[in-house]
Design a protein around this ligand. Structure first.
Ligand code: TXA
Ligand code: MG
Length: 316
């Protein structure tokens, strides 16, 4: 995209959102499927396009912390985190203000609202042009892995969205880290911002949300939410007959490698595209080599465990 085409695409996308349309756009984490957060009808179409269960609330994306403060109440911890990490791959779940503009449908009946200021220049430009909150779940069909390229978006949602802005692959490749600041700061979803960095800024450990499929605190965290079609075996040393090996670090036999040099940032950026590619290659079973748990490894292992979970109770 040259600069002029880019401006025209952003203006068209903002007009599409204002008219109640659905726009898939890049963020630094994954591609999002955007709708006007104030437009209940547009949000209903968004749930239908994703095939997403209604109880799953959406993240409101805004251009800056000032816009987020019009939707939600920030305590001292939330202010610290916003100052340190926005724009960036962090979502804050906060008490919603009484005059919060986000439609009730997008909040799934909760008294809290999830807010995020994305860093991607295209997301920033779109939010500035639209000048209002945009709800955006990851732009995949419910239960599939998140899209990290425009091609992934089209594979899942072609014909179901009004516009897709293609700006190449996402740099982070994992969804945002979600922290609730409702009472003690609590980690709801590990993600593209490592927990250690958040704890360093807060000067304390994050509490952990008790995960339960019956009443999930971050309802999207159903155990088999991030699911490829293939069966996954984790912490493998090598592939068994009939398995495709997803490598991490040096691995001769790997069909694909998350990061041949064992780099967690590179592995995060490759995770969802490699899972999709192995699925598309027809591999029925994937053996995944061990990925260390520190830094982004926490979120990578979280997604792998969900992807490997039995599909029976899967969100549809
Ligand atoms: O990186 C990301 O966060 C991407 C990009 C597009 O911004 N978005 C994303 O959205 O991953 P989604 O809808 O796929 O995941 C949002 C998660 C869900 O698990 C949802 O249940 C949770 O956030 N969530 C939203 N509002 C919440 C709330 N008020 N309380 C607890 N969890 C909430
Ligand atoms: Mg998602």
């Amino acid at each position: 995209m040259n600069a002029q085409n880019k401006d025209a695409a952003i203006a068209a996308a903002a007009a599409c959102l204002a008219a109640g349309g659905l726009v898939a756009f890049p963020t630094e984490t994954v591609y999002g499927l955007g709708a006007d957060a104030r437009n209940g009808e547009a949000i209903a179409r968004l749930y239908a396009a994703k095939g997403r269960p209604r109880f799953n609330p959406l993240i409101a994306h805004v251009a800056d912390a000032a816009a987020a403060r019009r939707l939600a109440r920030f305590d001292a911890a939330a202010e610290k985190l916003a100052a340190a990490f926005w724009p960036g791959p962090l979502t804050l779940v906060l008490p919603k203000r009484p005059d919060c503009a986000v439609a009730d449908l997008a909040l799934a009946g909760l008294d809290s609202v999830a807010v995020r200021v994305p860093a991607h220049p295209v997301a920033q430009a779109l939010l500035a042009a639209f000048a209002g909150p945009v709800v955006a779940p990851s732009a995949n069909r419910s239960g599939h892995v998140s899209p990290t390229s425009a091609a992934h978006v089209l594979a899942d949602l072609r014909g179901r969205v009004d516009m897709v802005i293609d700006a190449g692959p996402c740099a982070v490749g994992l969804e945002s880290t979600i922290v609730a600041c409702l009472d003690v700061p609590t980690l709801l979803r590990p993600g593209g911002l490592p927990r250690e960095e958040i704890e360093r800024v807060l000067g304390r450990r994050l509490a952990l949300a008790a995960v339960s499929d019956k009443a999930p605190l971050a309802p999207g965290m159903l155990s088999s939410h991030y699911a490829p079609k293939a069966k996954l075996r984790l912490n493998a040393d090598m592939a068994a007959p009939g398995e495709a090996l997803l490598g991490f670090g040096p691995a001769h036999e790997a069909a694909l490698n998350l990061s041949p040099r064992g780099d967690l940032i590179e592995a995060a950026a490759n995770l969802f595209s490699h899972l999709r590619a192995l699925d598309a290659s027809g591999a029925g079973s994937i053996a995944v080599m061990k990925v260390p748990r520190e830094g982004l490894g926490e979120a990578i292992n979280d997604r792998l465990v969900r992807a490997a979970a039995p599909k029976a109770g899967k969100a549809k």
